[in-house]
Write a protein that binds this ligand. Structure first.
Ligand code: CP
Ligand code: NVA
Length: 309
């Protein structure tokens, strides 16, 4: 989404395949340069404000390190400590912060609130997770898949478990990159309307079923996520209903022999995934976590209209 000439990174489906491909290429190039000890100062003196309404380890640290390695700085803010928690509007907050900082990254549960912040901001706003979407995560996931298995186009992917924000962004990516994504989720936690609309729009790229065994059969990639996302209240009931959706060695055995396993982390070992799978040879979860850093750099550079030469 853009407001005026300001570029925001809010949702995967705001972009064309070419735009995201450009960012993925940039992420790969910056990763290679970092491994060679080269840290190009593409964002010298830029200041990124980060607002966290909820907990974070990866998003928080990877954005912070990304900015530092690119020559910029960060300000870490908690929604609780800001006047936002005393009912200052998102629009006023956005207008004020736009006068101080060069970009804003926010983790906020309400996607509507994110959109309001972006509407009010005259600097780039980046979605660091809402209840609807987690687009930065999916950029890291795409980068990780392609590093291990080559082009994502046409890849057979299974999502097993809850239908949440990470799934929503994967649905958008599957449509854009022409994958074959099969979602296995129980009826009780089937996609909400907004996600359902995007699944329908994705056409043959996305299939929704209930049986996890059928979903993983012959796929190149198995993905799951926590059964209890931030903002969910019915933890015990979710664990009960989602139990048959655990990714364990029996389930993984139905996928292709060299299928990858991904999880955005944090994992709840023994719930959605077993130790054997997440610590096993098919798991790329720590590459995925590392790639948040490289993907974040590419997103920041895109937002600032900066390209590495
Ligand atoms: N995957 C992810 O966003 O992790 P954090 O919640 O730790 O940021
Ligand atoms: N679906 C999870 C992702 C955490 C990174 C949540 O929203 O809590």
């Amino acid at each position: 989404m853009t407001t005026g000439t300001t570029r925001h990174f809010l949702s995967i489906d705001d972009f064309t395949q070419a735009e995201l491909r450009g960012m993925l290429n940039q992420a790969g190039a910056l990763k290679a340069r970092l491994k060679d000890g080269d840290r190009p100062k593409l964002l010298t003196d830029k200041v990124l404000a980060m607002i966290f309404e909820r907990q974070s380890t990866r998003t928080r640290v990877s954005f912070d390190v990304a900015m530092r390695q690119l020559g910029g700085e960060t300000i870490m803010l908690s929604g609780q400590d800001m006047q936002l928690s005393r009912e200052e509007t998102l629009e006023d907050t956005a207008k004020v912060m736009s006068r101080y900082v060069d970009a804003i990254m926010i983790r906020i549960l309400s996607h509507q609130d994110l959109l309001e912040l972006a509407e009010g901001a005259t600097v780039p706003v980046i979605n660091g997770l809402t209840r609807r979407a987690h687009p930065c995560q999916i950029m890291a996931d795409l980068l990780t898949f392609e590093e291990h298995r080559g082009p994502i186009k046409g890849a057979k992917i299974a999502w097993v478990g809850d239908s949440n924000n990470v799934l929503h962004s994967w649905v958008n990516a599957a449509e854009l990159f022409e994958c074959e994504l099969t979602i296995a989720t129980p009826e009780e936690y089937s996609p909400e309307k907004d996600l359902m609309d995007d699944i329908r729009r994705a056409g043959s790229a996305v299939r929704l079923i209930e049986d996890p065994r059928e979903a993983v059969e012959g796929v190149d990639l198995v993905i799951t996520d926590t059964w209890v996302s931030m903002g969910d209240v019915d933890a015990a009931e979710r664990r009960r209903v989602l139990k048959p959706y655990q990714v364990n060695t029996n389930l993984m055995a139905l996928a292709n022999k060299d299928a990858l396993f991904m999880h955005c982390l944090p994992a709840h070992r023994g719930d959605e995934v077993t130790d054997e799978v997440i610590d096993g040879p098919q798991s790329v979860v720590f590459d995925e976590a590392e790639n948040r850093l490289h993907a974040q750099k590419a997103i920041l550079c895109w937002a600032f209209g900066v390209e590495a030469n």
